[in-house]
Design a protein around this ligand. Structure first.
Ligand SMILES: Cc1cc2nc3c(=O)[nH]c(=O)nc-3n(C[C@H](O)[C@H](O)[C@H](O)COP(=O)(O)O)c2cc1C
Length: 284
């Protein structure tokens, strides 16, 4: 393989996106900002082919890219791809593997009646809609090994009470099923399956009620994590100490304060819990 081919093949399907240049070559238009609608993957732009539980495209308000409904072989490939991912994560030394089954991604599409219109063994009943995420979780558990935890992130609700959709009752059942499949912890988020979602409120602890409900109603000893609007050490500490969740996940706070773990340890009087690099220790 030539060097340029090797670079292309290791840098995604087009070989262009992960490497940025500080200049725009003369005569070429600037590229759109990653993460904007203009960069959504489309085969006509050398993007990926989109696959899903259904052939119905995601209802973007502009032209949605076509979606290919996965057949039985495609579904088996998905399970194997997750297994391979878990193997690579184990070999790379990651401490936790988390299966993403939330936010409208592929596994969530199978769970939700909003996007799952299948009539095979992966659609229809609760048991069928949850089959893929159970198979993926079992494969990841098997490949990641017994020593390290496997988490699964779910959307506890689609926020679509006006139609047949995924909700908290189903999430409670799923949590126990995923425990049986080998998950150690369910990371409870919400939404993302459809733009009509009607999120009632977003503020401090806004998704904690779902984690708390799953934790209260589960039959297994699967652990439950809460995420969403957790921004202080005291808030996270109180959630766990009051047994509302077994773990608090923090997202956006890290974007604003990458030193949050150090600040949180100081706020809780637990500087001993943080490994300060030797070179920095005089600063603490
Ligand atoms: C810029 C940004 C990118 C995100 N990307 C992901 C993602 O790739 N996968 C995911 O599960 N959640 C993602 N999230 C959601 C966060 O993981 C988290 O669930 C959400 O922000 C709520 O938690 P927070 O209030 O602590 O930020 C993202 C959030 C932001 C702000």
């Amino acid at each position: 393989m030539t060097r340029s081919r090797r670079l292309r093949s290791s840098c995604g399907p087009t070989g262009r996106y992960p490497v940025s240049s500080s200049r725009t070559p003369a005569g070429k238009p600037p590229r759109p900002v990653p993460g904007t609608a203009a960069t959504r993957s489309r085969p006509t732009r050398a993007g990926w082919e989109t696959v899903g539980a259904t052939a119905a495209p995601y209802p973007y308000d502009d032209e949605p890219p076509a979606t290919n409904r996965l057949d039985a072989d495609g579904i088996a490939d998905v399970v194997e791809s997750f297994r391979e991912g878990a193997r690579r994560a184990r070999e790379a030394g990651f401490e936790i593997a988390e299966v993403h089954a939330a936010h409208g991604y592929l596994l969530h599409q199978f769970l939700s009646p909003v996007t799952n219109d299948r009539d095979d063994e992966y659609g229809g009943s609760f048991r069928n809609r949850t089959r893929l995420v159970r198979e993926v979780t079992a494969a990841v558990r098997d490949e990641f090994g017994d020593e390290k935890p496997v988490f699964v992130r779910i959307s506890a609700t689609d926020w679509l009470d006006d139609r047949d959709s995924w909700d908290v009752e189903q999430s409670v059942r799923l949590a126990d099923d995923l425990s049986d499949a080998g998950a150690d912890l369910i990371d409870v988020s919400s939404g993302g399956i459809h733009p009509d979602q009607d999120v009632d409120w977003v503020g401090p602890n806004y998704q904690v009620r779902f984690a708390e409900r799953i934790r209260e109603e589960r039959d297994t000893d699967v652990k439950v994590g809460a995420v969403g609007g957790i921004t202080t050490a005291e808030q996270a500490d109180a959630l766990v100490r009051n047994e509302r969740a077994d773990l608090a996940f923090v997202g956006r706070k890290f974007l604003r304060d990458p030193y949050f773990p150090l600040h949180a340890a100081a706020d809780l009087g637990r500087e001993d819990a943080v490994d300060i690099p030797v070179q920095y220790q005089r600063g603490f």
